[in-house]
Design a protein around this ligand. Structure first.
Ligand SMILES: Cc1cc2nc3c(=O)[nH]c(=O)nc-3n(C[C@H](O)[C@H](O)[C@H](O)COP(=O)(O)OP(=O)(O)OC[C@H]3O[C@@H](n4cnc5c(N)ncnc54)[C@H](O)[C@@H]3O)c2cc1C
Length: 396
């Protein structure tokens, strides 16, 4: 294994670091403090980042994107997340789904959707799976409950799918211009055999946005409720076979593999930021007439924070390297689990070192902790991710 960055990878890393330090960091706490969850996004920032290639980074070069490899994705995401993990996620959410447009869509769909995505700096993407009574069940289908799982209904009317139902907690649900949507197209079988993927533009008649959720962390990254009332989506927008979205062997339409790496790298960015904040705090704050840095217990905490951060970095880089070498393993899921534990422990240690509530430094530490706890319910929650353990056993 060789994780040394080549010239191109280093150039992307430096570009991301500059953008993060000069553009993201100055607005991070300001956007985080906006009370209305629907007003937190900063479109100027999204457009600036898009012009630098962060939004369209993973679309293959021959299709008009930048085609960055996985190692580059990991270092770019870590750099951006060091300044603000929610703002960086807005870009990588587009990686996940633009990758799928270029991989799984027909030429007609690419012309209609990939082209406008590439051309419009404020075109962000979303994915709708979760519903009021189907979150975990969608990811861990219960064998003894055939009625479980997503229920947004799609019925055929000639060349059109007619959609009725709701999705909730959908990232970019209120701002995306295009969604990958899981819809139920057969209720006579379990949802794993009766779900179809549709590409649904935000201006589809019959679709409207409901509430925008007021989250404690990741406030920049908006989650919305999606409501469909006789919404009409042409069958030309269907991806793959009818009822085939979740069937084994029909290809991964979930983007999970992407999600695990970019989210683990994102968590690493928070860990880097927490270590920096903690270092700054222990050298400026005093206890017993000396800098906190001289207290042995504080030194142990800092040592642990750095040790865990570097262990996570090694794992993230290994997963990225393995993806680039086309090595398939359970490591992406395991790295995501490690990232969840690590980011939450480090954010907590950082908070414990700060303790000056109301001061700008403590606000930043508080934001990292709130952002870190998003990992408990992200891309599958902590329980859902234990399913990875099952894959490890089967792989032996
Ligand atoms: C920031 C953020 C972004 C998100 N973005 C999207 C998105 O873009 N698209 C999308 O579709 N969804 C999205 N989600 C939703 C996310 O996928 C769900 O929150 C997640 O799947 C958990 O589902 P739930 O919230 O319905 O919890 P539930 O499924 O109701 O679970 C509640 C609790 O019960 C536990 N539980 C449930 N079933 C079991 C079981 N069988 N055994 C043991 N414990 C169990 C869970 O672990 C959890 O602790 C997002 C969530 C967040 C926080």
């Amino acid at each position: 294994m060789d994780f040394a960055l080549n010239k191109e990878q280093t150039a992307w890393q430096m570009k991301a670091r500059k953008f993060a330090e000069e553009e993201i960091a100055p607005v991070s706490l300001i956007r985080d403090a906006i009370a209305d969850p629907a007003e937190t996004i900063d479109w100027d920032l999204v457009r600036k980042g898009s012009k630098l290639g962060f939004r369209t980074a993973v679309v293959p070069k021959e299709q008009g994107g930048h085609g960055i490899d996985y190692v580059t994705q990991a270092v770019v995401m870590t750099e951006l997340a060091r300044a603000d993990s929610a703002i960086s996620k807005t870009f990588s959410q587009c990686w996940k789904w633009s990758h799928l447009i270029s991989l799984a869509c027909t030429d007609d769909q690419k012309t209609r959707f990939l082209k406008p995505f590439l051309e419009d700096d404020s075109f962000v993407l979303g994915f709708g799976q979760t519903e009021a009574n189907s979150g975990s069940d969608n990811r861990m289908p219960p064998p003894d409950a055939p009625d479980a799982g997503l229920r947004l209904r799609a019925e055929r009317d000639g060349d059109v799918w007619v959609l009725n139902g709701e999705k909730q907690f959908i990232a970019h649900g209120n701002i995306a211009k295009l969604f990958f949507l899981y819809v139920r197209t057969d209720f006579s079988v379990p949802f794993t055999d009766g779900t179809t993927t549709l590409l649904v533009p935000a201006d589809t008649p019959g679709f409207r946005v409901g509430k925008v959720y007021n989250k404690s962390g990741w406030r920049f990254y908006q989650n919305g409720e999606m409501i469909f009332e006789d919404a009409r989506v042409p069958i030309a927008n269907q991806i793959g076979e009818t009822n085939g979205a979740l069937r084994k062997g029909e290809g991964d339409q979930s983007g999970d593999m992407f999600g695990d790496l970019e989210l683990a790298a994102n968590a690493l960015g928070i860990c880097d930021a927490a270590c920096e904040q903690a270092h700054a705090a222990i050298n400026t704050r005093q206890a017993r007439g000396q800098p906190l840095a001289n207290q042995q217990l504080v030194q142990l905490k800092i040592g642990k924070m750095n040790m865990l951060t570097e262990a996570l970095r090694s794992y993230v880089m290994r997963v990225a390297w393995e993806h680039d070498q086309k090595v398939h393993s359970t490591n992406p899921g395991l790295a995501m689990n490690l990232a969840t534990d690590t980011v939450q422990e480090i954010a907590d240690l950082n908070m414990s070192i700060h303790d000056d509530a109301g001061q700008p430094m403590a606000q930043a530490a508080d934001k990292l902790a709130r952002d870190a706890f998003i990992w408990s319910h992200l891309a599958g929650d902590t329980v859902q991710r234990l399913k990875v353990a099952g894959r490890v056993i089967r792989a032996v």
